[in-house]
Design a binder for this molecule. Structure first.
Ligand code: ADP
Ligand code: TMP
Ligand code: ASP
Length: 243
């Protein structure tokens, strides 16, 4: 597909955003860079952008088929996708099915503990503050969401959790936790945005419990590229024909 990149409007840690001829659409480019701990740790591997583009594309199409509105419009080439331009919420929504990462640290719980019901958390996207966890009252205080927005974000995140848990379990992967970003479109609707990939999820092999996500980079576990490829190949095998 030949869609032209216009001005670059944002360069982030893992992606770039470009304007297009259409005011309602942006191009999202997936970079090869890999960062952790608010970019204090930096790395990359060749082809990472392509893999995350492919994974995000497959998952967003699967979610569209399951009636979850999201920003994906079309794929342009192997690292660029056309997306609906949104007014992004500064709240990141994390859903957890097992204790891991910052939850284990914050509450002194053992990583891997199963949760009876999924937990939803909000984080305030602000690099200078280090993206702090916030309560719903904090979000209201900051004026970044209304009570009804918070309810909607939570309910959408839990719906997405059910769909993604099902998808990953069908390919032998357990969805431990993940982060979502949402934005508002021109019609005022809250829409899922950004990416869903091993950068933004914890994914464990169901049988071996081996980590297949960015924790391999965060914790220097090796086989980062191989793990991202395993996730991509499994999703392609499961959903590729429909992509
Ligand atoms: P970061 O900003 O954390 O460094 P990225 O490198 O992933 O992260 O940058 C992508 C940026 O694009 C994020 O800030 C994200 O909020 C924003 N974004 C994602 N989807 C959309 C969208 N549909 N419209 C506008 N901005 C978006
Ligand atoms: P955490 O345990 O470090 O809070 O991470 C929870 C989930 O959110 C995990 O799947 C990784 C993802 N995540 C991001 O996508 N971006 C981030 O900046 C952080 C901190 C976590
Ligand atoms: N997303 C953050 C970063 O890129 C933190 C992380 O994923 O660990 O620095």
């Amino acid at each position: 597909m030949n869609i032209e990149k216009h001005k670059m409007i944002y360069e982030g840690k893992a992606k770039r955003l470009y304007e297009t001829a259409s005011p309602g659409a942006l191009i999202q480019e997936f970079k090869d860079s890999l960062t952790a701990f608010n970019a204090q740790k930096k790395g990359s591997f060749e082809g990472k952008g392509k893999i995350n583009h492919q994974i995000t594309k497959l998952i967003f199409k699967y979610l569209s088929d399951s009636h979850i509105a999201n920003h994906f419009l079309s794929s342009i080439d192997d690292r660029h996708m056309l997306i609906e331009k949104l007014q992004m919420s500064p709240l990141e929504v994390v859903v957890r099915n097992r204790v891991a990462g910052s939850l284990a640290k914050r509450l002194g719980l053992e990583e891997g503990m199963r949760l009876g019901a999924p937990i939803v958390e909000f984080y305030y996207k602000d690099d200078a503050l280090g993206d702090p966890i916030v309560t719903e009252d904090h979000a209201l205080l900051l004026g970044v969401a209304t009570r009804s927005d918070l309810d909607e974000l939570k309910s959408k995140a839990l719906d997405i959790n059910l769909l993604l848990q099902k998808l990953f379990s069908e390919i032998g992967i357990e969805l431990v936790d993940f982060k979502l970003e949402f934005g508002r479109n021109a019609f005022g609707h809250i829409v899922l945005a950004d990416e869903i990939s091993p950068d933004s999820c914890r994914l464990w092999d169901q049988k071996t419990q081996e980590k297949l996500d960015k924790d391999r980079f965060r914790r220097d576990l090796g086989k980062v590229e191989e793990s991202y490829k395993i996730v991509c190949d499994k999703l392609l095998k499961k959903l590729g024909a429909k992509a």
